[in-house]
Design a protein around this ligand. Structure first.
Ligand SMILES: Cc1ncc(COP(=O)(O)O)c(C=O)c1O
Length: 445
């Protein structure tokens, strides 16, 4: 049995100790909160390891080359890049910041894929300078810019075309990307123009193959099968009509995780093995050479690894008799509930068995009525209790802000009894570091 952490709410190494406290990585979360303060982001190394292992094992039967790329937008910092290196994954980046973080952490350029629907000249130049870093082309003016910059740098750009296969997973509209109307990628009817352009700029462009990412928090496998079939047909037509081989096929990420009991995502192992079987069948049945297969999960690698710990401050009973627990964080460290109504599961980290039948909501401290982290949390907590919110490893830190001039929490990596800070808590000094006061405002009245 392969463990796929995305099918559970708690991190892989989580348990409850004899004090009724939550433990992660063999560490008492209440002790961590005491030592490092709250709010606190915790990342469970075992969950990350198990998630990539499930992907790796799922791809194992693929007869060609295969690689798991980690989509850095889900959670990226120097330590996460080091984990990517250690676990022999590749990395998808979407900005100069993510690219330079990866380089600083010694991720090899050949393992980096630069994405984005509006890459700047600077970003493209840097990718070209690094050689072997792959550029995933999103649109024609970008392709044209890549050719001009490659010519100037006297190099050849290694490119993939990002395709919109016209497939929509059943997920929130804001995180669908495979449909024809998406802002990302190239529609199927336009691909021929791109391939002609690539053929006529062969000295600047090395065509590697295709990429597609249909959306995020997908909870079914059929959409991936459909996407692979579309890409297979495209590879066949590309080879026949343009003589260009698909050497590399990146089918994206997007597999969902279990935020609440009702979520039933397929396991990572099942997802990866379905994809590899479908790619080998599709390509072999068309007598095409098997491409180097890549999958590109973000959320399902780090999502379940993350838990946020908050402390309850003031408690209020509202006019509808529901109980409102205000915690010391909220939408600045986790904007997902207010952005797309994301749901989470919470527990009382210092009293894991305590439950409530009452309507209880966990609200943040920020100045927005929509700053509600969990509605109907089903727990009965009071001032001073510690709340654990599960499944916060993906798109929390990476989408966080300094709203209301609040510093971001610290983040700890937990592994077998060891807790290391991988992101320092932001201080008031950090918050004013970029501020400048014009001289005329400094003048005494
Ligand atoms: C191109 C690309 N690849 C991979 C991902 C990762 O998606 P997820 O975190 O849902 O696996 C995304 C997410 O938006 C993406 O845009």
């Amino acid at each position: 049995m392969v463990t796929s952490p995305n099918t559970r709410i708690w991190p892989h190494s989580a348990s409850v100790n004899n004090l009724d406290h939550l433990e992660i990585g063999a560490l008492d979360v209440c002790e961590l909160a005491k030592k490092f303060g709250t709010p606190l982001w915790l990342m469970d190394y075992a969950s990350i390891f198990q998630a990539q292992e499930a992907c790796r094992l799922g791809l194992l039967n693929y007869p060609g080359e295969k690689t798991v790329l980690y989509a850095g937008k889900a959670f990226l910092c120097l330590a996460m890049c080091k984990i990517v290196n250690q676990l022999k994954m590749g990395l998808d980046v979407v900005s100069l910041g993510e690219l330079e973080t990866a380089i600083e952490a010694d991720v090899k350029p050949e393992n980096i894929f630069l994405h984005g629907n509006n890459k700047s000249g600077k970003e493209i130049e840097r990718a070209l300078e690094l050689r072997h870093c792959k550029i995933v082309i999103d649109n024609m003016s970008e392709l044209d810019l890549v050719v001009r910059l490659a010519k100037r740098a006297q190099t050849k750009a290694q490119i993939l075309l990002r395709i919109k296969p016209g497939i929509e997973p059943d997920t929130h509209d804001h995180i669908k990307t495979g449909q024809e109307t998406s802002k990302f990628g190239i529609g199927l009817s336009e691909v021929q123009d791109y391939l002609s352009y690539i053929k006529s700029n062969g000295s600047e462009l090395d065509f590697l193959g295709f990429h597609a990412h249909i959306g995020s928090q997908a909870l079914e496998l059929d959409v991936y099968r459909e996407s692979v079939k579309v890409l297979g047909a495209l590879s066949l037509a590309t080879q026949k009509d343009f003589g260009l081989k698909t050497k590399l096929l990146d089918v994206g990420g997007g597999l969902g995780i279990t935020y609440v009991e009702e979520d039933r995502p397929p396991g990572l192992y099942e997802w990866a093995s379905t994809i590899q079987a479908c790619v080998s069948e599709t390509y072999q049945s068309q007598n095409l050479a098997l491409p180097h297969l890549m999958i590109e999960p973000g959320r399902s690698i780090v999502g379940t690894a993350g838990v946020t710990i908050y402390e309850v401050g003031h408690v209020k009973r509202l006019a509808n008799n529901s109980l409102c627990l205000a915690v010391d964080g909220g939408m600045a460290d986790n904007p997902r509930p207010s952005t797309y109504n994301a749901k989470y599961t919470a527990a009382i980290a210092n009293a894991m068995s305590r439950k409530s039948a009452e309507k209880v909501s966990i609200v943040g401290k920020y100045c927005e009525s929509g700053d509600i982290i969990v509605k109907d949390a089903g727990i009965e907590a009071g001032t001073g209790d510690l709340i654990a919110v599960f499944g916060t490893g993906a798109y929390n830190y990476s989408m966080s802000s300094n709203y209301n001039r609040t510093g971001r929490p610290a983040c700890l990596l937990l592994k077998e009894g060891q807790a290391d800070i991988i992101l320092e808590r932001e201080t008031i000094t950090d918050l004013t570091r970029q501020d400048r006061v014009p001289a005329w405002l400094e003048a005494k009245q």
